[in-house]
Design a binder for this molecule. Structure first.
Ligand code: MN
Ligand code: MN
Length: 396
């Protein structure tokens, strides 16, 4: 693609990348255009001729959202307010500087997370009285069940950045239940009785705006020391609320890339959220498929690609994605993803489901009685035998 700032040259280079049939004089566009957006989404501007009909937008980017910045870090979110088509999943991207905390809090939704950069120490307290403490590094996950109070503290010189996924489309980071918020809204004499503390002690509690994100010192104790410390006052956790996906062996791997599937089967804490971390090599694609058990919410971590979504009724729409974008595939809709860049494409497929499930078009066609497959496709037996068996979701 041209790096020129001359609009004519830029559009010319974009047009060369699309089908000739779509760029005769009918597709000319003499009026205003937002060339920055056209460059990011050439398949929306000049769709492939196979696109048709009305498909609701399924693209948004964290780089279009309001970023709440305060001392210690920042946060921004993509929810039904930004991407209305995603009714049951929302995402939050958050940064904490060295030692800073995301304040102790809880909420209505389950919280699934992946560390994008750096390291953090997390705590979660469960209804059985257990306290779980662990450290997570880039590529690792956590799951905090709905209602279980938790904290996140950045470790290391550059702190951390992570992505949170909630099984509630209208979730808002602005409406979580915060410890400092509650204390501020309880009569002080009640706090004295509840904690068995003096008025002087209660007067020390944080005042003003709730803390939400705030700077602090890194923990002086090692993880092992803190685990031993909390064991004196809390029950031992019955399961792990973190999952070290960074060191997990891929569930499926080939020279076209790999897929790590993490759901309730290998991460029992995650009973309601299933995930796949997909890496697609340059020039390769995620095969045509759909998911029989839920909508797919995507976060694009690295690289770029395009996706066509087919919801039925002769409709299909293609959009382009790049790192820090959110994509969405409505329940049952057919789709593929093609790596259109020159580096690895890495993205998340997230589902409100206990288990990851998919239907591969290739596997289905290969599994059918031959005569039925031939009758529907006009393909010969020899053609059908060339179709990959669907054992691997990524294709060269
Ligand atoms: Mn939370
Ligand atoms: Mn999918």
């Amino acid at each position: 693609m041209s790096s020129s700032s001359d609009p004519t040259e830029l559009l010319g280079s974009l047009a060369r990348e699309t089908d000739k049939a779509e760029r005769d004089t009918s597709a000319s566009n003499p009026g205003p255009q937002n060339l920055g957006l056209v460059k990011l989404n050439p398949n929306a501007d000049v769709p492939p001729p196979t696109d048709h009909g009305v498909v609701e937008p399924f693209w948004y980017s964290y780089d279009l959202t309001h970023r709440r910045v305060q001392e210690g870090g920042w946060t921004h979110q993509v929810t039904t307010r930004e991407l209305p088509v995603s009714k049951d999943i929302a995402g939050v991207n958050m940064r904490l500087t060295k030692g800073s905390f995301r304040e102790l809090h809880w909420h209505l939704a389950d919280e699934w997370a992946i560390m994008l950069s750096g390291k953090a120490r997390v705590t979660v307290f469960t209804p059985d009285g257990a306290m779980f403490v662990d450290d997570v590094s880039a590529g690792d996950l956590w799951l905090f069940p709905a209602g279980a109070p938790h904290s996140i503290q950045a470790l290391g010189e550059d702190g951390c950045e992570f992505l949170l996924v909630f099984n509630q489309g209208d979730f808002s980071e602005e409406s979580t239940l915060l410890l400092s918020d509650w204390l501020k809204h309880t009569p002080p004499e009640i706090l004295q009785r509840n904690f068995g503390l003096s008025a002087e002690a209660i007067a020390k509690l944080p005042k003003g705006e709730p803390l939400y994100i705030f700077p602090s010192d890194e923990p002086e104790k090692s993880l092992e020391q803190e685990i031993a410390e909390v064991a004196q006052h809390a029950a031992k956790p019955k399961m792990s609320y973190t999952f070290k996906a960074s060191t997990m062996k891929p569930t499926k791997e080939s020279d076209a890339g790999n897929v790590k599937i993490i759901d309730s089967r290998n991460f029992p804490a995650s009973q309601k959220i299933a995930s796949a971390i997909v890496t697609v090599k340059p020039g390769c694609m995620r095969e045509l498929h759909w998911h029989p058990n839920g909508s797919e919410w995507q976060y694009w971590i690295k690289g770029k690609g395009r996706m066509t979504v087919f919801p039925g009724q002769e409709a299909a729409r293609t959009m382009d994605f790049t790192a820090n974008d959110v994509g969405f595939v409505s329940n049952m809709a057919g789709h593929y993803i093609e790596n259109t860049g020159d580096e690895d494409l890495v993205f998340l497929e997230m589902f409100v489901a206990g288990e990851f499930q998919e239907i591969s078009l290739n596997r289905w066609l290969r599994a059918l009685p031959e005569q039925a497959a031939m009758a529907h496709t006009n393909l010969s037996r020899a053609d059908l035998e060339k179709i990959p068996t669907g054992d691997h979701p990524l294709l060269r």
